[in-house]
Each structure stands twice: as C-alpha cells, then as structure tokens.
Design a protein around this ligand. Structure first.
Ligand code: UD1
Length: 366
C-alpha cells in the first residue's frame, strides 16, 4: 500500500492533522505523520498528541526555533533528507495551515516530484508583512491540490487564475476537532475550576510579531488589557514569545497588578472549555477567530486584516485594527450587549471536513 505523509510543525497544525489522521485510518493508503519540531515545548506540542490521540510521528525533525530563513531552510534540508532516505517515495505529501514548516515541506515535495496537497488553501490577508501570508501564497503556488476551508479561499484562488481542477472545497478540519472534543472540554468545567463565572470573564491570547515584537504596541496593548480588567476578569494564557517580550519590557507587574491571570499555554480541551464559557475573547490568532465563530462567542481581533473573512461576515469576529480606542469601544459594546451565544452555520464547518479531505486524496492519489 502506498503511503501519504502528513506534516505538522507548530501548535495550530496539530488540531488539523488530528482530524485528518483520524479520518484517514480506513483509507486505501497508509498515513504517516512527520513532526518538524518547529514547536517543541510540551505545552506547545506534546499535550496535543496526548489529548487528541495523534499517533506518534514516524520522524521528528527537531528543528526548533530560529529566524525565519534559518528555520525554513532547516526544515527543508531535514525533510528532503528524510524523504530521500525512505527509499520508495511517498504517494503524496499533505501540508496544513500557514506556518514555516508548511511552506518548507511543500517546496521539498514539489522539487522531488511528489504531489503535494495543501489543507486550508486560498486564505489571504493581502498583508505581505505577515510571515504566514508569504507561507500561504508560496504553498498554494506550488501545491498540486488545494483544499479550501472557507468561501473566500475559492474566490482568492479563482482570482489568482488557479485551474479549477486543482481546487476542492472541503470545509474546516479544525472545526472537526472542535466538534469531536467539545463535550470533553465542557466536562472539564475549566471556568468553575478557576472560580470564574460563566460569561463573566475575557480570554486573551497574543503572539503575532506585529503586536508583541514592537515595544510601543505591546505596551499599549498591556494598558488596554489592564483597562479591560477593571470591567471583567481577564485570563491570559501566554505564548512563549509573548512572555519573553513582556519580561523584556517589564510589563508583567502592570498586568498582574491589574488582576489579570497570566497562565502558561493551555492544553486543547482546557483552552476550548475556557473560551466556550467566556464573555469575549481578545486575540490575534487565526484559528481562534474560527473557533469563537463556531462557538458563538464574541471575538475581538487585534489586527487590521483577516484571511478568514467569513468569521466577520457570518461569525462573531470584529477586527479592530491599530486603534486601541476602537478596541475598547467594541469591548464595551460586547459587555453591554446580550450574553447569549450567537452561532451560525458555515458550509463545511460541520465536523466532517477531514473525511472530505481523505476522499479527495483517494480520488487523486489511489
Ligand atoms: C508560529 C507560526 C504562527 C502560528 C504560531 C502559533 C510561523 C511563521 N508562525 O509562530 O503562524 O500562529 O506559531 O503558536 O510559522 N517557542 C518556545 N517553545 C516552543 C515554540 C516556540 O519557547 O515550543 C518560542 C521560541 O522562543 C521562539 C518563539 O517562541 O523563538 C517563536 O516560535 P516560532 O515557532 O518561531 O513562531 P511563533 O511565533 O510561535
């Protein structure tokens, strides 16, 4: 039986490959996971394997952190060497999302003449200062099969002149994992365990270079959060790069002094359980815009653009750009507004996207 390789490297990849590997269990081809090691701390990687039942990777490339060029180059060199050493080439390579490992492995695959499929293809923020946007554009340009998660992906690929035969709308595999894990996440009663009242707190996540690497911006954001904490309890699981920057700028005392709970990065179920009971979420993540939309929890996105526009047109997401007065006004409006969740139905965000991914792979690669 021929083998398909799936690549995961960084935190947001793990919830995507979990769903695909599960759906691929009965496929007419073998499935093996490659871990690039872009994220390596237990809280950023191992916990997701444990909780989501992801099978152990067939290889761990141990890349670790580095500048973008070095990290991408190391993934390419190590992945190429691994594929060559396997002898028989894999039938195909599946990459997910938009991290450096995604682009690196797509490039290796296409150069070795191995078909590449990109899951979550076609998303565009149209902001080339974002490393993820470069990764998305390059990955889509070289992949044979583009598997799309939201309607904007189809429009973007069509505008770029991509042949329709390369494109299939499959829906959102990240939502598959959310659907699969939601009951277990709710059963944890995370908010109660933290003495937080349901709908009585905000959850914050921040990690984008544009927010955390610019000292004036991060300082302004810390003030915004301290202000928010005068109105609502605030829980902030802190990404490692953000923690390093907060420490560098000595901003931790301002946050903890305002009563904000700074936590280590949470496991998947704990995090989903926490946002599921929140009054609002403040974030710069891509995936959390989708998860809050599915759960019907208001989301304030601290960015000027989103590659996931359906979360704004149909979901609960509000982009607030650079103006933090706008962010505060939006937060106030949410606090003053209704507490009921507002869910919506988006085509293909139904818990079965990974099955459609596997069907497409089978159609083309078996
Ligand atoms: C990466 C992805 C981003 C994704 C994010 C989720 C790219 C270009 N960016 O950004 O799209 O939303 O992951 O987290 O691929 N670190 C640790 N432990 C780890 C991993 C990282 O301490 O397990 C620290 C390191 O100090 C490192 C920093 O976090 O320098 C940044 O990690 P990196 O993977 O390079 O990028 P992210 O900012 O996490």
């Amino acid at each position: 039986m021929s083998t398909v390789l799936y690549v995961a490297g960084a935190r947001p990849n793990f919830m995507k490959v979990a769903a695909i590997l599960k759906a691929a269990a009965g496929a007419p081809f073998g499935s093996e996971l490659v871990h690039s090691g872009q994220h390596y701390d237990f809280e950023m990687s191992g916990v997701f394997f444990d909780e989501l039942g992801i099978p152990p990777p067939v290889v761990h490339l141990q890349i670790g952190s580095a500048s973008h060029g070095v990290q991408t180059g190391r993934v390419m060199a190590a992945f190429e060497e691994y594929v060559a050493a396997r002898g028989e080439p894999p039938r195909g390579i599946v990459v997910v999302g938009d991290v450096n490992s995604t682009m690196a492995c797509a490039l290796v695959g296409v150069k070795l003449g191995i078909p590449v499929a990109h899951v979550e293809a076609g998303l565009r923020s149209f902001d080339r200062t974002m490393p993820e946007e470069i990764n998305r554009v390059v990955t889509d340009a070289v992949s044979d099969l583009l598997l799309v998660s939201e309607p904007a992906g189809l429009t973007n690929l069509e505008r770029e002149g991509v042949a329709p035969a390369r494109v299939a709308y499959v829906g959102n595999v990240m939502i598959d994992t959310l659907v699969d894990q939601l009951a277990a996440a709710r059963a944890l009663d995370v908010a109660a365990g933290m003495q937080l009242a349901p709908r009585g707190y905000a959850v914050v996540t921040l990690h984008r270079p544009s927010n955390v690497d610019v000292p004036v911006r991060l300082t302004a954001l810390a003030r915004l959060l301290a202000n928010l904490a005068t109105k609502l309890a605030v829980v902030f699981p802190v990404h490692p790069r953000t923690l390093a920057k907060l420490r560098e700028l000595q901003l931790e005392p301002m946050l903890t002094g305002a009563g904000i709970r700074l936590l280590a990065p949470l496991g998947y179920r704990e995090f989903v359980g926490l946002i599921d009971d929140a009054r609002l979420v403040v974030t710069d993540s891509g995936g959390i815009q989708e998860e809050t939309t599915f759960l019907g929890i208001p989301c304030i996105t601290l960015r000027s653009n989103t590659e996931r526009p359906i979360t704004m047109t149909m979901g609960t997401n509000r982009l607030v750009g650079d103006d933090l007065a706008v962010a505060m006004a939006e937060i106030d409006a949410i606090i003053a507004g209704p507490t009921e969740r507002r869910t919506c139905a988006i085509d293909g965000w139904d818990g079965h996207a990974a099955e459609r991914v596997v069907t497409e792979l089978g159609r083309r690669w078996v």
